[in-house]
Design a protein around this ligand. Structure first.
Ligand code: ACK
Length: 878
């Protein structure tokens, strides 16, 4: 606190100015009045005009002596022991009546005891540039020894590298004046400009924010000093200049980064305190192990890792041509497991090589800086390998048999030179001129019916045989066309009529030579990335937070609120988006788990999969931005609109979900938590699969329960093999899809109602199945029941489900026949499904309206009772 005294002079009116001495005989100047003997006194002492200098609250300190009236001789009736203090700005206002704490008597005068009083009054808020003070005496005996007029200030201050100027406080008693500090030389505000608050008492309070030295400088004794040569400071958050990490230098003072020595490099994601690194040397101790036409290559990590942990290996495969004709790169038919480049393990399996052929493999180690080190000579280790055993010769002729609009029967003869026992044939086919995406099916016979084809379309077929020596070459290409589309309908023609296609015949899809995984593209597990941030930015676009406005909250997610609002990306039209936020105070693990979903979603592009617009990771809160789905989640939406849709609308929704799931299974992605609550619906009733969050552990699904093996599983939606031994596959997703079908057809009813999870597991294991929902077309219930086949290979594939639903939609009369309460259900293979309904002990009223199979039921005691517990009405087949 700082005082500032204000200057004044006095004008007298019946007061006297006296020169005196104090108790120490020092001269003092007083104003006094003592007209206690006379009636009606009104004596004034004025100051001159006192300038406030901008202060709105000033303090007046008075020092005075006052005579005790009782000590006056002769009982003076008019004697007063107070006087008034008056303020004048534009008019006179009485400030206070001033009384003495101690008054003096005749005795004190004799002893020369002063009995000095001190009183302080504050005035404010003052509104003018100055004011007058006046003291009014109404008949007292006073000597005014001193009048000090002053105001308080917050003094100039340097705090946290910020300067705060000398500041005059506000006028109100508890008012704080906010002052923005000015960062000292070579410093910057950290996050926000520093602020302090000046109180009326002239004290600095509530500091907010601070300044820090700018990069290249460090704080020493309250000032910013430049970093010395060989030292650097890059981040505002780091406390001081640091020595340059190994293999880097700072040749000038004030370095914000250190530069790498020649032959050493850094990539953008390397932290500034990391040493500069270089490419690794070649892998060591490479060995090969030939097994027929496959070779297993193994090696040790290089001697020199270059100082990095991100070592990967690339394989170059070359075939040695006979008669010294040199080397030729291995063709696209050679398979590398897990892949040819960017291997993180020190081994690879190379399959489908030609038999009795010499190969030369070059193994190369690379790391994060290899790309930058163009001048660094590549170091390889080479391995020469000879395969053994001959594969069968190519199939020479493929013939066309019966042709349908979606199927073609094929037959072929054994290869001329089988070179062993033929174990199976592979049939590769694709639509003509679309050879970047093809399908492979297997057959043990020399004939098969290829199904699921488009009508009136030309397909290319190739066949090859496999013996224990491996695959022979593919036959030449054969072109066959399917029949035109006819309006006659038979839904059993759809792909999963297993009488035609052997369940053992696995279908694999290929795209651009990316083999082994089915599908147009293969889903990449973000776990394969060492740095999860890299996975996010590989698959998700970073969005600037200024492009998003959050308008309202639409729900609560596992990691924070889910909101919606418009997204305006430069050059694109504005769209409405859903914004999932990560709540503040998250751990690094939570941030990773949260962004995991974006790393997965970003790999998908399908009209029935929720579309990722991007992520916000560079500012807080961290957000995931997806397309906005007006009708929210499917289960809630159906409950809200009970009975409101036509069967075709419901089948349309199911078709969309199946199509999304077909895409996911083609991508090699297993959802594991397919349920109506994880489907979102847009304004056009389009259903999209969502919730890729932690689909591998399902921590975020409130339905997920712990199994005896410790994992968390949404029991009611999950296939028995996934519950029993975690066998999660696209076939277990098909089981869940059957449950979703049931949820949709019963307008959001809870599967197995109030049965406990344990009872559900037991009932399903004992072959009980959910009954057909009320008014459910029989064809749909058959499909559900097929999805719930215990043997997973007997369940339909998603492409077959889509195909069947398409047929049902095209032929609505096929949906007319509804599930009835008959006690027998004839399976398509002719085996009888016996329908057993176990006792319904307590009956739920909603069940009464939605489900057709009610054998034993007990009516609720009161019609209004809706919360009654349902124990079970399930169908079993034996
Ligand atoms: O059932 P709902 O309305 O749909 O409530 C949940 C809530 O946020 C928490 O997950 C809703 N929600 C999630 N993603 C989206 C989206 N992309 N569009 C619209 N609503 C969404 C969900």
């Amino acid at each position: 606190m700082l005082y500032k005294n204000l200057k004044s002079l006095f004008f007298l009116l019946k007061w006297e100015e006296i020169g005196e001495v104090d108790e120490d005989y020092a001269p003092i100047h007083t104003y006094q009045v003592c007209r206690v003997m006379e009636q009606n006194q009104n004596n004034w002492l004025y100051t001159n005009w006192i300038l406030t200098e901008g202060a709105q609250r000033v303090y007046i300190e008075l020092k005075f002596t006052l005579r005790d009236c009782n000590s006056l001789p002769g009982g003076v009736g008019t004697c007063k022991e107070t006087f008034n203090m008056v303020l004048k700005e534009n008019r006179y206002i009485k400030v206070d009546t001033i009384a003495a704490d101690e008054s003096f008597t005749e005795l004190d005068l004799g002893d020369r005891v002063m009995k000095l009083n001190t009183e302080v009054r504050d005035l404010g808020p003052l509104t003018h540039k100055g004011f007058y003070l006046a003291f009014q005496d109404l008949g007292a005996c006073i000597a005014l020894v001193s009048v000090r007029v002053f105001y308080k200030r917050c003094p100039f201050l340097v705090k946290s590298l910020a300067e705060f100027p000398d500041t005059i406080p506000g006028s109100e008693a508890s008012q704080l004046v906010e002052v923005v500090g000015h960062c000292v030389n070579n410093s910057l505000p950290l996050y926000e400009p520093p602020r302090m608050h000046c109180s009326t008492e002239g004290e600095w309070l509530v500091p907010i924010g601070k300044c820090v030295c700018k990069p290249g400088y460090e704080e020493i004794s309250g000032a910013c000093q430049v970093c010395k040569v060989g030292f650097y400071r890059s981040l505002l958050e780091s406390p001081g200049c640091s020595k340059c990490p190994p293999h880097s230098v700072a040749r000038q003072t004030g370095a914000t980064v250190c530069t790498c020595e020649d032959g050493y490099y850094k990539i953008e994601s390397d932290p500034s305190n990391m040493a500069c690194t270089r490419p690794p040397s070649a892998p060591r101790n490479a060995i090969s192990n030939v097994n027929e036409t496959s070779v297993f290559l193994e090696w040790s990590i290089p001697l020199e890792t270059g100082g990095r942990k991100d070592i990967r290996y690339n394989i170059l495969c070359r075939q040695v041509l006979p008669e010294g004709r040199g080397l030729d790169e291995c063709g696209p038919n050679v398979r590398f497991l897990p892949r040819r480049v960017a291997l993180s393990n020190t081994s690879v399996m190379v399959a489908d090589l030609q038999s009795h052929t010499n190969y030369s493999f070059l193994l190369e180690a690379v790391n994060g800086v290899s790309e930058l080190a163009k001048d660094h000579p590549k170091q390889y280790v080479s391995l020469n390998v000879t395969t053994n055993q001959a594969a069968p010769s190519p199939v020479s002729v493929v013939r066309k048999g019966h042709t349908g609009k979606s199927s073609i029967a094929l037959s072929w003869a054994e290869p001329d030179r089988p070179n062993g026992i033929i174990l199976e044939y592979e049939i590769k086919y694709f639509e003509k001129e679309q050879d970047s995406s093809y399908t492979i099916i297997k057959s043990k016979d020399t004939e098969m019916v290829v199904e699921g084809l488009k009508p009136s379309s030309v397909y290319i077929f190739q066949v090859r045989a496999r013996t224990s020596a491996g695959y022979g070459a593919f036959s030449r290409r054969f072109e066959f066309q399917t029949s035109p589309y006819l309006l006659c309908f038979s839904f059993r023609r759809c792909g999963y009529s297993k009488a035609k296609q052997d369940p053992e015949e696995e279908k694999m899809h290929f795209h651009n030579g990316h083999i082994k995984f089915p599908g147009v593209r293969t889903y990449i597990d973000p776990l394969t990335y060492e740095d999860p941030n890299q996975a996010v930015h590989e698959f998700a676009q970073e969005i600037d937070v200024s492009s998003i406005s959050i308008e309202r909250i639409i729900g609560a997610g596992e990691f924070g609120e889910v909101c919606c609002g418009p997204l305006r990306l430069p050059g694109k039209r504005e769209i409405q988006v859903a914004i999932k936020t990560l709540k503040v105070g998250y751990t690094e693990q939570q941030r990773r788990d949260f962004l995991w979903e974006a790393s997965i979603m970003g790999q998908f592009n399908h009209p029935n999969i929720i579309r990722l617009e991007g992520v916000v990771t560079k500012s807080k809160p961290v957000m995931i931005i997806t397309e906005y789905m007006e009708n929210g989640s499917l289960d809630t939406f159906l409950k809200k609109n009970d009975g409101q849709f036509t069967v075709i609308q419901l089948v349309g929704m199911l078709r969309g979900i199946a199509s999304g799931m077909r895409y996911l299974s083609d991508m090699g992605y297993v959802h594991r938590d397919l349920a109506a609550r994880n489907i979102l619906v847009n304004g056009n009733l389009v259903c999209k699969v969502s919730d890729f969050g932690l689909s591998r552990v399902l921590e975020d699904d409130p339905e997920a329960a712990y199994t005896t093996r410790g994992g968390k599983i949404p029991i009611r939606w999950t296939a028995p093999e996934a519950i029993a031994y975690r066998k999660f596959t696209s076939a277990s997703d098909v089981w869940s899809y059957g449950i979703v079908m049931w949820e949709v057809m019963s307008y959001g009813e809870r599967p197995y109602w109030e049965m406990s999870n344990q009872d559900v597991i037991k009932a399903v294991e004992e072959s009980y199945r959910l009954p057909g929902p009320m008014d459910c077309p029989e064809a749909l219930y058959h499909l559900m029941m097929d999805c719930w086949q215990h043997e997973r290979t007997n369940r339909p594939k998603f492409d077959e489900i889509v195909c069947l639903l398409d047929k049902l939609i095209r032929n609505p009369s096929s949906l007319k026949k509804l599930v009835n309460s008959s006690h027998r259900y004839e399976g398509k293979s002719g085996s009888a499904f016996t329908l057993i309904c176990i006792a319904v002990l307590l009956f739920r009223t909603s069940f009464q309206t939605k489900h057709s199979i009610e054998i034993y039921k007990q009516k609720p005691e009161k019609k209004t009772q809706t919360k009654a517990k349902f124990i079970g009405s399930v169908v079993s087949f034996k």
